[in-house]
Design a protein around this ligand. Structure first.
Ligand code: ADP
Ligand code: MG
Length: 226
């Protein structure tokens, strides 16, 4: 138990540091992007692909620091009574066009009589967005993403089931490790942040997967809350 606590303290400290660095990187990055753009206009005869590479790399730094910034809690934390179903509806609306573009059908199977829970709505949205995005990204040739909720005793269970590529046993253990990604354009930060937020809500996160078949990510959250 001590070891677990020490580990999570360490993670929190690393998270804070990473977020602070990400924050410091933001302003110089914006200026770099701006001047790169200017240079490109000033030198129309130069090899344009150099500028494109520079812009691409700057955007990548922006993507990574953007994900890390979530850990810095840019918005003051606010735990309130919220309906998880409502939050899910909002996130699904947010990702609808991305799902459509990937030929992914999102199916909602929400239990209508769930009690509200104490949570930070923004953080919870972040969790659902991260998990949904992974589901969509795993289904290169389209498929169905089923999101279901139910209550069991003092917990709410939220499951995200996709029909995507799945993930091997060895890799499954590494999900949530900072910077672990199998994607060309991945950051490997989404699931780490997701795990941290779920832990912060005193919940649990489980990933079940069968390679070639699909993945189910299960989140449980306590109803009595904080
Ligand atoms: P990223 O999406 O940037 O790669 P994440 O932390 O969100 O980072 O995910 C880490 C890795 O976990 C992914 O690269 C992928 O290999 C695996 N993964 C997560 N969710 C799924 C899923 N639903 N289906 C298949 N693989 C997944
Ligand atoms: Mg991701």
């Amino acid at each position: 138990m001590d070891e677990i606590l020490r580990q999570s303290d360490k993670l929190a400290a690393v998270g804070q540091l990473a977020a602070a660095v990400a924050h410091e990187v933001r302003n110089p990055l914006t200026s770099l992007k701006g001047f790169t753009q200017l240079l490109q206009h000033e030198f129309p005869d130069a090899n344009q692909s150099y500028f494109d590479i520079m812009k691409g790399e700057l955007e990548r730094i922006e993507l990574i620091s953007g994900e890390l910034l979530v850990l810095a809690k840019p918005k003051p934390e606010r735990f309130e009574l919220r309906s998880v179903n409502q939050v899910l509806h909002e996130v699904v609306t947010l990702l609808e066009s991305q799902a459509n573009m990937s030929n992914v059908e999102v199916v909602l199977s929400l239990e209508p009589t769930l009690p509200p829970i104490f949570c930070d709505e923004n953080q919870l949205k972040q969790v659902f967005v991260n998990i949904m995005k992974n589901g969509i990204e795993a289904m290169q040739d389209g498929g169905k993403l089923t999101i279901s909720t139910r209550r069991h005793h003092h917990h709410l269970f939220i499951a995200f089931q996709d029909e995507g590529c799945g993930i091997s046993k060895e890799k499954l253990e590494r999900i949530g490790e900072p910077f672990f990604t199998t994607k060309e354009k991945g950051t490997g930060l989404g699931m780490m942040i997701t795990q941290k937020i779920v832990q912060h809500h005193k919940g649990t996160l489980e990933v079940e997967s069968q390679q070639g078949r699909g993945t189910t990510v299960k989140v449980s959250l306590p109803i009595d809350g904080m």
